[in-house]
Ligand binder design. Sequence first.
Ligand SMILES: [Zn+2]
Length: 254
Amino acid sequence: MEAKWKLYHHQEILRRMDTILLFSGGMDSLVSAGLLLEKSPEKVVTCVFFDYDQHTAEIEWKRSQQCIAHFPPERITLIRRRLTDYKEYVKGVSIVGGGHIPTKDEDPEGYFVPGRNIIFLLYAAILGYGHGCREIAYSPHKWVHAGDCLPEFREAITQAFHWGFSMERKTDPWLVWSPIGHLGKDEVVKEGTRLGLPLHLSWSCHDALEEQCGVCHNCDERQLAYRLAEIPDPTPYLNPPDVRRIHYRTGGLS
Ligand SMILES: [Zn+2]
């Protein structure tokens, strides 16, 4: 799979690299970045954005840059990575190959991109290996049940890196983890709000419109999380939140 690193802050990437964080421009990766910087004031975080021909790539990239601009530039940097032929491998995935974006009332199967997190984490690990970095973070939370978002997966791929980057049985311990793995999405909203992060700039939507659609599964989850957190949702949606549906799903919170 041909690919080249596109370095946006060349000097920064050549300096110390302590933690690599997969960054999509979404709320989850934004809150992960905030928590990483808060909990480890001595660490430098390198965020990696992947363009794999997802049709929201340019929106996500723009929002990623805006989100990262919130943080001190000496603590965090952002680079973009392009997987040039990824879509040739993942047929039938609507958010990569095009096609209908399922609404919140339709089967979300078309969203699942097989192998995505394995490939992203592996490339991040290769980058980290060359810079002495053995800590890779990404941002699944407790509401996500895809296999590559579960604690068991993180333990397994940590072990895979331990052996996969071993030289004659000599290796450093790896850590693949999620800074928000212990949180529900509503708690992610609360943490992002507590940290004063620009959550309104983060992009959740599966569609590539001028604003977030308000009717896809990700928009639905975002709206539900704000409602459960009892925090006003500042996100501009093309379609207003379905208050009755959210009311039902939150057990009558009003
Ligand atoms: Zn949407």
